[in-house]
Design a protein around this ligand. Structure first.
Ligand SMILES: [Zn+2]
Length: 210
């Protein structure tokens, strides 16, 4: 790392999170620094970002359990009711030959949420252990979770699409089960966890070395 790639924090500058104005830290009052332009509270790094991200991730992981154990859909056909969890729904679609639908549900509802949780846990652990390992790749990982996060609501819509598909079939009626609520909570909590994490702390350790 050379002088030209020093972080703003090291050169005594703080960026406003809201309007992106760059302010000299030594011109600000020490107790509660505020942005001179938009009056937002200034901080060099997102405050308590590690603790906040852990709390949100833990909550998301707990909510992931009922989201997978409770029924996601109730299917009413010929006077009987069938309750399906996400996984039993996937298995049902595989058995009925619709492996494309099974794949979409599996990727959107099981693989992507778990991958996001795993990546964020890995990033948090790596930052807490002050790892120097591949900071650029870890930043890319973070960017992926952010990018996927924008499409997170697709996960929730999968249930809706499933409902529409079955209704088009005309043989049964289908309702969303209690797991859908927990699932939406998992999606929102994971998005907030990704939002709380400050990727710049990945690089702070490396800058301290130089
Ligand atoms: Zn501002």
């Amino acid at each position: 790392m050379n002088a030209r790639s020093e972080s703003a924090l090291r050169q005594g500058f703080v960026g406003c999170h809201d309007c992106d104005l760059v302010v000299r830290a030594d011109t600000l009052p020490a107790h509660q620094a505020r942005c001179p332009r938009c009056d937002a509270v200034l901080h060099a790094r997102k405050p308590h970002s590690i603790a906040r991200a852990w709390a949100l991730l833990l909550a998301a992981a707990i909510m992931y359990i009922p989201a997978n154990i409770l029924p996601m859909t109730f299917t009413y056909a010929l006077g009987s009711v069938q309750a399906d969890t996400i996984m039993s729904g996937v298995i049902y679609f595989i058995h009925s030959g619709s492996w494309e639908i099974a794949a979409v549900i599996f990727i959107a509802s099981i693989f992507v949420p778990l991958a996001k949780l795993a990546i964020l846990v890995f990033l948090l652990v790596s930052v807490q252990l002050r790892l120097r390992w591949r900071p650029r790749d870890r930043t890319v990982l973070y960017r992926i979770t952010e990018l996927v996060g924008r499409w997170s609501m697709v996960d929730v819509y999968v249930v809706t699409i499933l409902v529409a598909l079955v209704k088009l079939g005309g043989v049964a009626s289908i309702e969303a089960g209690p797991a859908a609520v927990f699932f939406a909570v998992v999606v929102v909590l994971t998005m907030l966890a990704a939002e709380s994490f400050d990727p710049r702390i990945i690089w702070d350790v490396i800058e301290e070395d130089s």
